[in-house]
Design a binder for this molecule. Structure first.
Ligand code: KG4
Ligand code: ZN
Length: 440
């Protein structure tokens, strides 16, 4: 297809025809090009009527009184006017290239489930060609946690520059990409919708196949970006700001949940304790750092094991004990003594890590497995990494932990899962939706 000339200004469209594999939509209306950045044009429409169908079938991002439809510039107005995909299925391009011959597959991956806008290009689900993450920490820090509305607004601002940067760093254009992977859930629904809508628009306009990825599965798969990768099956512990779960993993898409938290996630407990002590957000890395100077045995916080054979977790009790301890040791006029803070966070971390390690080893023994994989933001924790390896060694169990940047949220891990799905011919429809809750 010959790329259309650049378009600026208002577009009047007599009958907008959109062709998806299942629908042809025709509506009268118009819109303005409000922004152009490299490969992308963003059209803004003020009319809800025109976009009612798009809402369900293509992609939209709501912004106070406007709607944005994102379409790659190369497809331009042709996507709106002319049935670019008429008579073809969205999969036709996919079947036509070299992926199915087992050659190469470059997946553009997008991750916006919480407060990091991430985009990556991953080759054959293993090799990172680019991995760009834009953190929102500075925005949420003053609130002591993620503010969902601010997070989704920031994603809208960052999604185009971040995807553009990922393509540029990989030295590729959209035409050289073979598939798109996007986090579908679980996460903050407003944040998820930004990445999902963008990915669907891109898939629709370019004809590239789309894969919807579960964020927890992506965390568990981050290990495949490392040099040393585990063989299946293994026990996977996912510890992040939203999750603390143990799985038996028999392959991509093959999970059995062995246990999960009954209340707070481990990362959430780190964040809440840090907030209580005025240490800032996110709490995990700060506590990790401050613990180095504290005495882990100074205070004996509870270790909730929930029964001998239970593989479930509970962290709210530990957190409450920290609250009670702080209440009974009020700060002086000069504030909280630095050494005491060190002792509190170090003792808290010790309690959390002890429970995580013991339960994970117990799960491996229960499943008679000799491999453990750690995943999620809390897996970046220095003590957890060390302790898990030491304990597992005694049981002749191998431990695999991604390097810290692949423990916290990133798009490369989404690319790993997306590749595995697309390779097997599993594609998401354009009606793909986002889910805040999405069990594996
Ligand atoms: O996986 P992630 O980036 O986002 C979610 O999916 O939630 O995890 C973020 C969580 C936060 O709660 C953060 O405090 C925690 O991971 N975290 C850590 C460390 N680095 C990040 N917790 C303990 N020690 C760390 N070094
Ligand atoms: Zn995460």
């Amino acid at each position: 297809m010959k790329p259309p000339p650049p378009l600026w200004g208002r577009i009047e469209v007599e009958g907008i025809s959109f062709h998806t594999p299942t629908h042809t939509l025709t509506r009268r209306g118009g819109g303005e090009i409000c922004w152009k950045k490299n490969d992308f044009l963003i059209f803004s429409f003020a009319s809800v009527k025109i976009l009612r169908y798009l809402f369900y079938h293509i992609a939209w991002i709501s912004w106070p009184f406007r709607f944005f439809l994102v379409i790659p510039a190369k497809a331009g107005i042709h996507v709106l006017r002319i049935p670019v995909f008429k008579g073809t299925s969205l999969d036709s391009r996919f079947h036509g290239n070299d992926i199915l011959n087992g050659q190469k597959m470059r997946v553009l991956a997008i991750e916006t489930s919480c407060d990091d806008t991430g985009a990556a290009v991953v080759l054959n689900g293993r090799k990172i060609l680019s991995n760009v993450v834009s953190s929102q920490v500075s925005i949420h820090q003053k609130y002591g946690g993620v503010v969902p509305e601010l997070a989704s607004r920031r994603h809208i601002e960052m999604i185009v520059p971040i995807v553009t940067e990922a393509l540029e760093t990989a030295k590729l254009t959209l035409r050289e990409i073979d598939g798109i992977a996007v986090t579908q859930g679980p996460g903050l629904v407003g944040s998820l919708l930004v990445g999902l809508s963008f990915a669907k628009s891109l898939s629709f306009a370019s004809g590239l196949p789309l894969a919807g990825v579960n964020h927890v599965e992506a965390h568990l798969s981050a290990i495949f970006l490392e040099k040393e990768t585990p063989r299946f099956p293994f026990v996977g512990l996912v510890v992040s700001g939203g999750h603390t779960s143990l799985f038996r993993v028999d392959g991509f898409g093959k999970f059995k949940r062995l246990g999960q938290t009954r209340d707070d996630a481990a990362g959430e407990a780190f964040d809440k304790v840090a907030k209580l002590l005025g240490l800032g957000y996110p709490g995990g890395p700060v506590i990790d750092e401050l613990s180095k100077k504290g005495n882990p045995k100074a205070i004996r916080f509870p270790r909730p094991f929930l029964g001998k054979n239970s593989l479930d977790f509970s962290f709210s009790g530990i957190k409450t004990s920290v609250v009670n301890y702080v209440k009974s040791h009020p700060a002086t006029q000069e504030g909280y003594p630095r050494e005491l803070i060190g002792d509190i966070v170090s003792s808290f971390q010790e309690a959390v890590v002890e429970v995580l390690v013991q339960k994970t080893i117990q799960a491996a023994q229960h499943e008679k497995l000799k491999r453990i994989v750690l995943a999620g933001g809390v897996a970046a924790n220095r003590l957890l990494r060390e302790r898990m390896k030491d304990e597992a060694l005694g049981h002749k169990i191998a431990v695999y932990i991604p390097s810290p940047p692949f423990c916290t949220d990133n798009a490369a891990m989404v690319g790993v899962v997306g590749y595995e799905y697309l390779k097997r011919g599993i594609r998401a429809p354009l009606s793909l939706n986002a889910f805040s809750n999405m069990p594996l």
